[in-house]
Design a protein around this ligand. Structure first.
Ligand SMILES: [Zn+2]
Length: 110
């Protein structure tokens, strides 16, 4: 199998269905040959709202930082986010914790 991973959630379990590619994990559908690199996959929050650079979001669950760096508490407001590629798709600064990366599925737009 050499199907590309899902451009929305990077799941490797995409399959082909009637000429389209389908992701069983997030239900995203796309056309083969559509390049994930050209089209910036939309970054959406926990409610499915599209996020953009400069947005303010609030964290919806306690997030432990790797390496014992502390915890981002639920309800923490994060201003001026920057969208980046990768598993953790939000680059930001949190008061008291400094620069860190979050997953968009654990935040909501405020
Ligand atoms: Zn997916």
């Amino acid at each position: 199998m050499s199907l590309p991973p899902c451009p929305a959630c990077q799941s490797p379990y995409s399959y082909e269905d009637q000429g389209r590619l389908v992701c069983p994990e997030c239900a995203h559908e796309w056309m083969p040959g559509e390049s994930a690199a050209d089209e910036h996959a939309a970054v959406v929050d926990a409610n499915g709202n599209t996020l953009a650079d400069g947005d303010t979001v609030s964290v919806i669950k306690d997030l432990k930082l790797k390496g014992g760096g502390g915890v981002v508490k639920v309800g923490t407001k994060v201003k001026n986010i920057r969208l980046v590629d990768g598993d953790h798709n939000i680059d930001c600064k949190v008061d008291g914790l400094g620069a860190l990366k979050l997953k968009s599925e654990f935040v909501k737009k405020v």
